[in-house]
Design a protein around this ligand. Structure first.
Ligand code: SF4
Length: 291
C-alpha cells in the first residue's frame, strides 16, 4: 500500500518583503476615499492579484500621461526620477511602493555619481528596476554580462551597483573583469537575498520530491527561474498560476510533493494550492518542523 503523500512547502517561498509591503500599501489605499488609483504597470507579475486589485478599483496604466488626478502607485521596481516627476504632475497623490532595497540601489548610484565614479549598473538592460536605477546617474553604463566589457571604454574610477536579483557569483565575475581596466573599482552590493534564498530552498526540495508545484505568474521571471531550477533535479514540475490548473493525475504515485512559489505569490495563494493538492492526492501537509 502506498504511504500517505507528504506535501512539503519550501523553507523560503512566496511573496518577499517588498511585495507584501506594496500590496499592503495599495490595499489600504483602495479602502480609503482617495479617488481613482492607478499603478504604473502591473503592481506585481501575478495576474490573480492584479485582477483582485482591479475588482477593488485599482487600474493599470503604462505612463503618467494616461492619468489625470487621483493616485498613482510606483511599483516595487521603482522608476527613474523623470518618471516620478511626471507622476507627481499628473496625479493628486503618489504612493511610493518602491522596495526599500531598490531605493538603496538608487541612492548608491546617486552617491557614486556625485563622487565622480562612472556608474555601472549590473543587470538586465530594459528591466524596469534597472531603468529606474540608471535614471539616478548622469552617464551610466548598463552591463548584462561580464563578457560585454570587452571593447567597452570604462572610466578610471568605476562604481558598480547591482540589480537586486543578480547572483553574487556573477557579480564576482564582473568585478574580476573590471580589475585592470579601471584604476579604482568601487562596488556597492545591492543584491537582495530574497531571490537566492528562494532558489536554494527550491533546489533542495526538488532534489527529494517526486513532484514539484511552482506557483506564480507565467510572466514572472523569478517564478520561471524557480521552475527551471526545480526541473534540474525533479522530472515532474508543474508551473501553475492558480490551484484550478492542477489535476489528480499530476500526483499519481508521488510520495513527496514539493511546493514553492515566486516572490510575487502571496501566502493565501500558496495555502489555496496546498489545500487543492491535499484533496487531489489524498496527502497531508508536512508539519513545519519536518519540511
Ligand atoms: S525581491 Fe528583494 S528587492 Fe525585490 S521587491 Fe522583493 S524584497 Fe524588494
Amino acid at each position: 500500500m502506498q504511504n500517505t503523500p507528504q506535501i512539503v512547502v519550501a523553507r523560503e517561498a512566496g511573496a518577499c518583503y517588498g511585495v507584501n509591503r506594496a500590496l499592503d500599501l495599495v490595499r489600504e489605499a483602495a479602502e480609503g476615499e482617495g479617488g481613482p488609483i492607478h499603478t504604473l504597470g502591473p503592481l506585481i507579475h501575478n495576474p490573480t492579484v492584479v485582477a483582485e486589485l482591479e475588482s477593488k478599483g485599482v487600474g493599470v496604466v503604462e505612463s503618467p500621461e494616461e492619468v489625470s488626478g487621483g493616485t498613482i502607485v510606483l511599483r516595487t521596481h521603482g522608476v527613474p526620477p523623470a518618471e516620478e516627476k511626471s507622476a507627481r504632475e499628473a496625479a493628486d497623490r503618489v504612493l511610493d511602493a518602491t522596495c526599500p532595497f531598490v531605493l538603496r540601489a538608487h541612492k548608491a548610484a546617486e552617491r557614486l555619481d556625485a563622487e565622480g565614479y562612472q556608474v555601472i549598473v549590473f543587470g538586465e538592460a530594459g528591466h524596469p528596476e534597472v531603468l529606474g536605477t540608471l535614471g539616478h546617474a548622469r552617464e551610466p553604463l548598463v552591463i548584462e554580462d561580464p563578457s560585454q566589457l570587452e571593447g567597452v571604454e570604462v572610466g578610471r574610477k568605476v562604481g558598480v551597483v547591482v540589480q537586486t536579483t543578480q547572483s553574487r557569483a556573477r557579480l564576482r565575475e564582473l568585478v574580476c573583469a573590471l580589475l585592470g581596466r579601471a584604476d579604482e573599482v568601487r562596488v556597492i552590493d545591492t543584491i537582495c537575498e530574497a531571490t537566492s534564498l528562494r532558489q536554494a530552498a527550491a533546489a533542495e526540495l526538488a532534489g527529494r520530491a517526486d513532484v514539484m508545484v511552482v506557483i506564480g505568474g507565467r510572466n514572472s521571471a523569478n517564478t520561471c527561474r524557480l521552475a527551471q531550477i526545480c526541473g534540474e533535479s525533479c522530472a515532474r514540475v508543474h508551473h501553475i498560476e492558480v490551484a484550478g490548473e492542477l489535476e489528480a493525475s499530476n500526483f499519481e504515485g508521488a510520495e513527496t510533493i514539493g511546493v514553492t512559489a515566486g516572490a510575487s505569490t502571496p501566502q493565501a495563494q500558496i495555502d489555496e494550492v496546498c489545500e487543492r493538492i491535499c484533496e487531489l492526492s489524498g496527502g497531508e501537509l508536512a508539519p513545519e518542523g519536518e519540511r
